[in-house]
Design a binder for this molecule. Sequence first.
Ligand code: PHE
Length: 341
Amino acid sequence: MKEQLEAIRKGALEAIAAAQETAGLEVLRVKYLGKKGELTAVLKQMGGLSAELRPVMGQLANDVRASLETAIERQSGILSQKALEARLAAEAVDVTIPGKKPPMGHKHPMYSVLDEMKEIFLNMGFEIMDGPEIEQADYNFTKLNAPENHPSRDWTDTFYLTEDSSVLLRSQTSPMQIRAMEGYGVPIRMISAGRVYRKDEVDATHSPMFHQIEGLVVDKGITMADLKGTLNAVIREIYGPETVTRFRPHHFPFTEPSCEVDIQCYKCGGKGCPTCKGEGWIEILGAGMVHPKVLRGCGIDPEEYSGFAFGMGLERLALGRYKISDMRLIFENDIRFLEQF
Ligand code: PHE
């Protein structure tokens, strides 16, 4: 029996040391120490032993049981430590790996130009105003001294929203002149940017929706010199200090005198090229001294106050600023185009 017990101890200890999984270890525990296990089977033969041998064998059997239990416990500890290490290794995070950057958009080039413009005018002491795109014909035309038969009032040119032609999508930001004067009185220095709408076909230089920046200054003693000085300063800030400008007589119903302002072509320097359509000049804005009738209509005495106003197309400004050849690129929002700015 002694040999039997020693054989069980040897075989069991080897099997336990070789066990690689907790489940396998449990199987071994049942196999050797369980009710129907090998050790119990041997103990059942104890009855046939002599009185002297019985306690000796009992002692040995207990010793074997104890050593198997200790071995199982030790192996179990080793296995769970190994499992923990494996899990930690598998779930480890390398904090030194550079992070993944989510793709981020950025400001549309036209709005960058608008922000630049706002900055320039804010530095000159202008305020920024916002106004409605759905406008009354009164503000878009009548209060701006547009005669009843003015071509821009035509249904073929302007988007009307009511049958009686009293409400429309504003065709210019100039109604903001009226809103500014009526709403805030004088003196005033403001710009207002936003969308305007005209029934134009889409081509390289036209779109039925585009953006304008309107400006208005009204105070005592404002002259055409203020208009020229202010606009020249702004244009040179945007297009560079060497930019050559040209003020040309023009007509707008709400300014008198009126002018259009050109810059010498930034592509060819005035020689004539496709960008300036051979002219050497590119028109960038309309301006003029606020018409006395318009001032009076807003409750301002033209004998005491005078002012100048201007309006420019924001898309055209962006085209020139970034030397873009086709206005449609501004609206298409093709990522390949936008990413270049
Ligand atoms: N509103 C005019 C246009 O759309 C531009 C302009 C604004 C002219 C202010 C003079 C003064 O063409």
